[in-house]
Design a protein around this ligand. Structure first.
Ligand code: PLP
Length: 477
């Protein structure tokens, strides 16, 4: 391809992305077409002959437009979703353009260097030990898996068992505990590591989904042998965090490994107002954190840290005759993948772009806006299902069917997008404020759309008391 044509091709692609980003605030949030239609649009015969690159990209843009969700925008409140920061997005474009392999510092000194620098900043921001090992992974699922692999290596080594050589068959039993409100990715990580989900012992949780310390203490009484306990910073429904410090101290009395799944909740550590919610975070043995949620990096970006670099590398690293190391930290020794994208570039750029104050401001603002949602909806007679202490809000609009009807209507209207959840046996709208672009105006517009949807419910009387609610139509969950 001619150099000017290549420049035009890349510039046009970036131009499409920029135009899209600039339209986010005005766009309908939901996908213009459902998957069934977009799927049919994409499914066409693969030709035999090569085609010009620009023609292919133009066609891709035209087809994809029907199925793009404005999840990067300021009124997407589904799941826990950030919108990639400008410099981080540009860095991601460069990562693709440079096509670097972040496996080793020989393959790409720049990719390895960006990771190393970003890892140091992240540990400092989150208050983790500066000696902790860091791996750049796809998200909290990847982080939980890598962290628990390190945990498996460490607690079995303490029992005189080399799991990397001898595997799990015949190994001493590892006791694994987690709250009954843990994120479902913990179960999947354990399954992948050869611990069936039936190995997991559940710790009771209290009203906002945090573990009951007395239950943890009671279960561990008399404990001996390998032990892993998974804690959580930021429950996906309520935003609440386990009492990390006290829980870690209890587990450490029994020489257990404490893992914290802090996909988004760990960022509370940044804010003087919120920090108490994750007090003792630094006492854990490993941490899983997302980059593409509250840090607003592009997909896919997550981080795993451990206080035991040797266990981390022993669980993950591999060698081969043709692989050489520069003698420095090798990125591939701390992640599951071998070859992979240079994720550290976007992390480096996003952190520099926001700076310490900017990131703290995003976290604080999201929490203020979550409270604004809760206050306005409560004032209009809606029922808030959690104590809003972070960026998550649960809202009910009556019985389960009424709540689901409001959620569906709001999604259809497209001003904003929120999903539903089942919490303590009831349906709720789940609002997560995690995007750096979201403003008070976005919240107010969204509340207006929600209240309009609620007013469409048959025989709605605002402010009905729970006793007047129709019985739930849903079975037990
Ligand atoms: C989102 C989330 C995960 C999974 O993260 P991915 O980014 O989807 O891999 C795990 N745990 C918690 C608490 C989460 O919020």
């Amino acid at each position: 391809m001619h150099p000017t044509d290549l420049r035009k091709l890349f510039a046009d692609a970036a131009g499409h992305a920029a135009m899209y980003r600039q339209s986010l605030s005005e766009r309908r949030v939901r996908s213009p077409k459902p998957f069934s239609e977009v799927g049919a649009d994409f499914r066409r015969p693969l030709g035999d002959a090569p085609r010009p690159a620009d023609e292919v990209v133009d066609e891709l843009v035209a087809l994809a437009e029907g199925g793009i969700v404005a999840s990067a925008g300021p009124r997407y409140f589904g799941f826990v979703t950030g919108g990639a920061l400008p410099a981080a997005t540009a860095a991601e474009i460069l990562a693709a353009g440079w096509d670097q392999n972040a496996m080793s510092s020989i393959l790409s000194p720049a990719a390895a260097a960006a990771e190393q620098a970003a890892a140091d900043w992240l540990k400092d921001l989150l208050g983790l030990p500066s000696t902790a090992s860091a791996g750049f992974v796809t998200g909290a699922q990847g982080a939980n898996t890598v962290a628990l692999a390190a945990a498996r290596n460490h607690v079995l080594a303490q029992a005189g068992w080399d799991v990397e050589t001898d595997g799990l068959m015949g190994a001493p039993r590892v006791r694994i505990l987690a709250g009954d409100e843990r994120h479902a990715t913990i179960d999947r990580s354990l399954r992948l590591l050869g611990f069936g989900s039936g190995c997991l012992e559940l710790i009771r949780t209290t009203a906002n989904g945090v573990i009951d310390l007395d239950d943890l203490r009671g279960r561990l009484a008399g404990q001996t042998g390998p032990l892993i306990v998974c804690l959580q910073a930021g429950n996906v429904n309520t935003g609440h965090s386990d009492a990390l410090g006290p829980a870690a101290e209890i587990v450490h009395e029994y020489d257990g490994w404490v893992h914290v799944d802090g996909a988004f909740g760990m960022w509370a550590a940044l804010s003087p107002e919120l920090r108490d919610q994750v007090a003792g975070l630094e006492l854990a043995d490993s941490w899983g954190c997302d980059g593409h949620k509250w840090l607003n990096l592009p997909y896919d970006n997550g981080f795993v840290f451990t206080a035991h670099p040797d266990a981390h590398a022993s669980a993950l690293a591999y060698t081969a005759s043709y692989l050489v190391s520069s003698g420095e930290r090798e990125p591939g020794d701390y992640a599951m993948e071998s070859s992979r994208r240079a994720r550290g570039l976007a992390a480096w750029a996003g952190l520099q772009e926001l700076g310490r104050d900017g990131l703290r401001e995003v976290v604080d603002r999201c929490c203020v806006l979550a409270r604004r949602f809760a206050e306005q909806l409560a004032a209009a007679g809606c029922e808030i299902g959690n104590d809003v202490v972070l960026n998550q809000v649960l809202v009910s609009y009556g019985d389960d069917a009424e709540t689901d009807a409001v959620i569906a209507d709001v999604q259809r209207a497209g001003v904003c997008w929120m999903g539903g959840t089942t919490w303590r046996g009831r349906r709720y709208m789940r609002i997560s404020v995690s995007n750096h672009l979201t403003t008070e105006r976005d919240v107010d517009q969204s509340v207006e759309s929600i209240l309009a949807a609620r007013s469409m419910l048959p025989q709605t009387t605002t402010g009905r008391r729970p006793a007047e609610r129709a019985p739930s139509s849903a079975g037990p969950e």
